[in-house]
Design a protein around this ligand. Structure first.
Ligand code: NAP
Length: 306
């Protein structure tokens, strides 16, 4: 095997794919639009300039690469991703591990399914990782509500969600890239249980040792709060759509793929909250890195699922 290019290498999943592959001793190129800024994320790997929207960056990023971790950043056109897949196949990439979304196989209109289908016919081998809702959305998108108001503020009603930890998704990606037996396969990656947000709040309360409640806001209340924080309307409506899916009970499917593949149970919400407790306050006035600011600043957002 030559090297592996990880796209979205500074993202929620990609950063862990980079470290997992580097830990396995593999040659990793961490693709980012700004390699200077990506220094510590790419520890043990080489940061390379890569932009789906700038084909002139593709050749150097794909040099000596035969494995590819592919994630479509929020806001990047499907056509830019598929053109890049074609370029990768042309220069000898053999295996593409694509970060897709749970249920993509049942919705041909989803961008993820369109990319899956393109990868399947691009002359490469593929592994689709159809991931459920990342636990990490709870700090990347909603951490401020927990820090400032001791509440989880999402319009999901009483619908349940089979949260998966992004670190487990990355571990499966690294496994699929590094070891044989995962080519031309699709995995449905979920946690071991589906929780309603009242249960999520109860877990937060126990782990953080202070009471966190589930506010169960109406859609207008949610839109109003997100807009008051400067999030673009399109982004807010996208999130509302995702939580509507949960509200309707369509985000609750649980599989055993993570346990089967990794040989251990998936990380649960308790472990997630413990590991990210510093993101959940209580508010001290200190700035908290890596969440809503990025969403507002770059207009694309941390995308909870689509
Ligand atoms: N959140 C969920 O619950 C969930 C669940 C299932 C599937 N997904 C899917 O996961 C994918 C996103 O993965 P993620 O959450 O790990 O990523 P992410 O945290 O949203 O990060 C995306 C990364 O892409 C890079 N990027 C942005 N624009 C780019 C461009 N034009 N060219 C190249 N790189 C660019 C950015 O890094 P630089 O600034 O360093 O370039 C950024 O760190 C989406 O397709 C989403 O639908 C999400």
């Amino acid at each position: 095997m030559n090297g592996t290019l990880v796209t979205a290498a500074t993202g929620t999943v990609g950063r862990h794919v980079v470290t997992d592959l580097a830990d396995r001793g593999l040659d990793v190129a961490a693709g980012t639009r700004d390699p200077d800024r990506a220094g510590d994320v790419a520890a043990g790997a080489t940061a390379v300039a890569f932009d789906f929207e700038r084909p002139e960056t593709w050749g150097a990023a794909l040099a000596d690469v035969d494995g590819l971790f592919l994630a479509r950043p929020p806001g990047v056109a499907v056509g830019d991703v598929t053109a890049f897949v074609d370029a990768a196949a042309r220069v000898g990439v053999e295996h593409v591990v694509f970060l897709s979304t749970l249920g993509a196989d049942r919705n041909p209109l989803l961008p993820h399914r369109r990319i899956e289908r393109h990868v399947e016919s691009a002359g490469v081998e593929y592994t689709h990782l159809r991931a459920s809702f990342f636990a990490q959305n709870l700090h990347e998108v909603h951490g401020r509500d927990v820090r400032e108001r001791d509440e989880i503020f999402v319009p999901a009603g009483s619908g349940r969600t089979s949260f998966v930890d992004a670190r487990d998704v990355a571990a499966v990606a690294a496994l699929a890239l590094a070891e044989p037996g995962h080519r031309n396969a699709a995995y449905d990656l979920t946690g071991a249980e589906a929780l309603g947000y009242d249960e999520v709040a109860a877990r937060f309360s126990t782990v953080l040792d202070r009471e966190i409640t589930y506010a169960d806001p109406s859609v207008p209340a949610f839109v109003s709060r997100m807009r008051s924080r400067g999030h673009p309307l399109g982004y807010v409506l996208l999130i509302v759509g995702i939580y509507t899916t949960a509200r309707l009970g369509l985000a609750a499917r649980v599989t055993d793929d993570v346990e089967r593949l990794l040989g251990r149970p998936p990380r649960d919400i308790d472990e997630y909250v413990r590991d990210y407790a510093d993101r959940f306050g209580p508010e001290t006035g200190a700035t908290t890195p890596g969440e809503e600011g990025r969403t507002v600043a770059d207009g694309s957002g941390t995308d909870p699922g689509r």
